[in-house]
Design a protein around this ligand. Sequence first.
Ligand code: PXL
Length: 289
Amino acid sequence: MRRTPRVAAIHDLSGFGRCSLTVVMPVLSAMGVQCCPLPTAYLSTHTGGFAGNTFLDMTDALAGAMDHWRQLDLTFEAVYTGFMGSTRQMALSAAFIRDMQEKGSVAVVDPVMGDHGKLYRTYTPEMCQAMALLADAADVIVPNYTEAAQLLGLPYADVTAAPPEDTVRRLSKDGGRSVVLTGVSLRPGRIGAACFDRRDGSVSVVQTDFVGRAFHGTGDLFASVLTGAIVQGASLKEAARRAAEFVRLCAAHTAPQDLPPREGIDFEPMLGALATWKGADLEGIFQQE
Ligand code: PXL
């Protein structure tokens, strides 16, 4: 019997606010994937909407844990990275990715830097450059429009105005990496992602209903489901469909509660649905646009 797929997850641990490892770990576990965390930092809360959060940098511990895993000769179906606390963490992550790729890992890099046209307040221009280098090591990147603009060195307004099909091709760096651009809306009331699959050069857009509000942590939720589906063997487009549909389900559950957006998307009660989904369950939910 094939062993349970494993993912090495390099993200911060934010105690309150539903993002990064507090999303990544339960989502992957619910999908039947072993999540092995490599925490980059411990924060009391995420940095979006809470003032005065604590920040414990864990870069030295990260380097030590990576070395220990190398000594143990561990292998992972995927290495999945997100929010980073320093340029050194990004360099360590890129080196770890390259070592694990030699042993068969797929590298999914969510180049977390900002949202809604603005960088998160801890990100400096040097960190954005280092994130672009980390993204160069990836097999799959999962940027939103803000991050796509950073990676392409273009104004946010230009990237949001461009056809998403062109943007994912440009982000692929001549087809060298797959791309899932999030927050793509082809028409009002619809939202989803544009995908460039480097395996066959195909470009596709998946769309689902937009549940009228934005919540913190939806990017982490989307990228976690995407990563889980990829290691389960789904195609990139199918993985993006599952991710978009799960985010929609959780947003529909969260919106009527009227929680402060900084508390994040209330995904925990929906994990059961994620655990039992099979690819076929989603047929009919999506229309090709
Ligand atoms: O959701 C991305 C994210 C992850 N981790 C931390 C953050 C953010 C976004 O604000 O602050 C600590």
